[in-house]
Structure formats: structure tokens, C-alpha cells
Design a protein around this ligand. Structure first.
Ligand SMILES: Cc1ncc(COP(=O)(O)O)c(C=O)c1O
Length: 367
């Protein structure tokens, strides 16, 4: 195998358990497993978490929810990006719960509920300041007035989403929490009910704002590994490749496409079997580092589609062809985190996981 992604389901479960312990027994911890569980594999992640009894799985799209149901998973599923009009009847039949964030969604739910003679459970999303999906404050009265007359809808949840809970210097989450409380009290006084599930927190909200737990949280990123506001979570994904060739080269040797690196002295260069075609960002040309025998080695030259070149001059001279190279994750006592790759590639760990996770070769381990 030239390169592969290893997923440690043991670390995933420990990360989930850790969040549960942090929030305590009265808060529902609903893992976010959209986008192939941030590249880690939708069904494998869901199946691994099942014994820990997650109250919900949160996905983005109806198609992801259907994959879970087709795999025989009966846990409640929340579809964060909501449904398209034609998906409402089938979702009800499959006990898939939509997030509702527009007044016309009520018509689709009401009609599907009436046809099936079953109340349609929904979570209503309100916009407390993210400015993406959600009902805005000024439209909420009209929304509630309509909801009041929907006899085939069961309002099961009220939710919102933080814009910058991960930003240490921002107090905006406190404003969002306050706005969420206002939405909730308007809802209570109009409809005379409190939905069963109240939730606004992503990972950062969960770990940084205990007053934002309400009775459910929706962590995603910390399930999959460390991040600057949660450094002690365990990495789940490792990207590995192998050394294909090792060569001693004299000073002034150009390395790789565009001759972007010229050896300043004589060097030992290892060519390693991974590149941007395997999900490793090309932005890491002349910038990234990899782990070989537990030691950081710099990438020299451009990242190509399936190969990179690495300076191994300082590594043990007994290095051999076929040796394992770690590009993301732990080796020996060293760790290259998705956060580090994200920073160097001018993106975020989320995108690093999704890109590297698109590598089709995955090995699931439990340690
Ligand atoms: C609505 C919603 N809730 C929760 C999450 C989880 O966020 P995080 O991965 O930052 O914990 C996301 C992810 O983007 C989301 O869109």
C-alpha cells in the first residue's frame, strides 16, 4: 500500500466519553457525523459510537441519514441542513428529523404529517447571529403564529448555532446565548410548551460555555482530535505513506517540479508515496513536515500528485525503502496535528480531515 488513512476508533470513543463526562449526565451529547464524519467514515464512526448510546446522530443531508437507516441504525437522526421539499414524506417514514429554518417548511411537514396521520417531529433553528440558516428575530412571530395552527407538527427541539465560540477574544457567544433565551421565552409564551431538546453548542461552545449547554450539545471537531481550545483530545486520523527511494545528492541539486528547492549542501532526500491526489495539501510544498522514525523531517520541493520529497539528512543512516512515514497523527512521541497542517496550509483542521479522509484506503483500528 503506497499510502493509507488509519482511523483509531478507540480514540474516537474516548473523545466522545470525555465530552459526556465534561457536560455531565443531564446533557444529551449528539455527535456530528456529517461529511463522512469529517472524513473518518460515516458508517464506521456511527457504528463505533452506538454502544455509547448517543441520543442523536447529526448529519447535514437527507442522503447521509438514509445511509445510516439503510445500515440498520435506529438512533434518532437530525438533518442539520434541513430537507428539500420532496424529501419530507420519506424522512417522516424513516424517522429522520429535519431542522426547520423557514416558514414554508411548515407546509411540507404539515402535509406529510396529515397524509401519514402521524405528527411530524421537527427541530426549529433560529438565527441568533450566525447569519446562515435560521429564522430571524423579526420573522419569529409570523413563524410561531403559523406553527400554532399546524396540528400535524410536533415541535421537539429549538436550536441555534455559534459563529465564533472558538475565538478566545470574542464575547459574541454570550450575546447569542442571550438571544437564544429570548427566542425560547417568546416560544414558551406563544405556544405554552417547552421543546424537549434545546441546543446551540458546537465543540467550542460545549467546552468553553457551560451556560450554553441547555440540555443538548452537538460536538463535531473534538470527537476527531485535538484543537487549540481542546489540546488533550486524542487524534483519531493518521495519514501514512512509505519511502520509495532514498538518494544522496550534492549541493545545488534541484528537487521536484519547478525546481522550487535547490539543495544548499549535500543532502539525503527521501521520496515518499503521497501527494495532493491522496488528500495532502499542495500548499505544504517547502513548508510541511513529516514524521520518520519519530522525528520531524521537512518537505523540500513541491508536493506533487502522488509523491513528496523529504530532507532526511539528519535521520539515522539505516533508513530503508518501504519505511513508514506519518504525515498526520502520532509517531513515536511526536505528533503532527490537523490544526498544525491547517495553519501551514492556510486552512482549518476541518478541511484537512475532509481532504485526507477522502483517501479511499482506510484501515480501522481500535487501540
Ligand atoms: C449546525 C452545526 N452544529 C454543530 C456543528 C459541529 O461543529 P464543531 O465541529 O465545530 O463542533 C456543526 C459543524 O459545522 C454545525 O454546522
Amino acid at each position: 500500500m503506497h499510502n493509507w488513512v488509519e482511523i483509531n476508533l478507540g480514540a474516537l470513543k474516548r473523545n466522545y466519553t470525555r465530552i459526556k463526562q465534561f457536560v455531565g449526565p443531564h446533557i444529551a451529547v449528539s455527535p456530528v457525523i456529517k461529511a463522512e464524519a469529517y472524513g473518518h467514515g460515516l458508517l464506521q464512526v456511527a457504528t463505533a459510537l452506538l454502544p455509547l448510546n448517543p441520543p442523536w446522530f447529526a448529519v447535514s443531508k437527507f442522503s447521509e441519514a438514509v445511509l445510516l437507516r439503510d445500515a440498520g441504525i435506529s438512533t434518532p437522526i437530525l438533518v442539520l441542513s434541513g430537507l428539500l421539499p420532496n424529501e419530507y414524506p420519506e424522512a417522516l417514514e424513516m424517522s429522520i428529523t429535519p431542522v426547520v429554518y423557514a416558514i414554508e417548511h411548515l407546509d411540507y411537514c404539515e402535509e406529510a404529517g396529515r397524509k401519514r396521520q402521524t405528527p411530524y417531529p421537527i427541530h426549529v433553528k433560529v438565527d441568533t447571529g450566525m447569519g446562515r440558516l435560521g429564522i430571524r428575530e423579526e420573522g419569529f412571530n409570523e413563524f410561531l403564529a403559523k406553527l400554532k395552527h399546524c396540528s400535524w407538527i410536533k415541535l421537539e427541539g429549538l436550536m441555534s448555532h455559534f459563529a465564533d465560540a472558538d475565538d478566545k477574544n470574542s464575547s459574541y457567544p454570550l450575546i447569542q446565548i442571550e438571544r437564544f433565551r429570548n427566542f425560547l421565552s417568546r416560544l414558551k409564551s406563544e405556544l405554552k410548551i417547552t421543546p424537549t431538546f434545546l441546543h446551540i453548542s458546537n465543540s467550542a461552545g460545549t467546552l468553553r460555555y457551560p451556560t450554553a449547554h441547555f440540555n443538548m450539545v452537538r460536538p463535531g471537531i473534538v470527537l476527531y482530535g485535538p484543537i487549540d481550545f481542546a489540546r488533550t483530545f486524542e487524534p483519531v486520523m493518521t495519514l501514512k505513506a512509505r519511502i520509495l527511494q532514498i538518494k544522496e545528492v550534492p549541493p545545488n541539486t534541484p528537487i521536484g517540479y519547478g525546481k522550487s528547492f535547490i539543495t544548499p549542501t549535500s543532502m539525503t532526500i527521501a521520496t515518499v508515496s503521497v501527494g495532493y491526489g491522496d488528500g495532502y495539501p499542495r500548499m505544504l510544498s517547502n513548508r510541511g513536515e513529516v514524521l520518520i522514525r519519530g522525528r520531524r523531517c521537512p518537505i523540500v520541493g513541491r508536493v506533487s500528485m502522488n509523491l513528496i520529497t523529504v530532507d532526511v539528512t539528519k535521520v539515522d543512516s539505516s533508513l530503508s525503502i518501504g519505511e513508514e512515514v506519518v504525515l498526520l497523527g502520532n509517531q513515536g512521541g511526536e505528533c503532527i496535528s490537523a490544526d498544525e497542517l491547517g495553519r501551514k496550509a492556510q486552512t482549518i483542521s476541518y478541511e484537512i480531515y475532509c481532504r485526507i479522509g477522502s483517501n479511499p484506503v482506510k484501515r480501522y483500528v481500535e487501540s
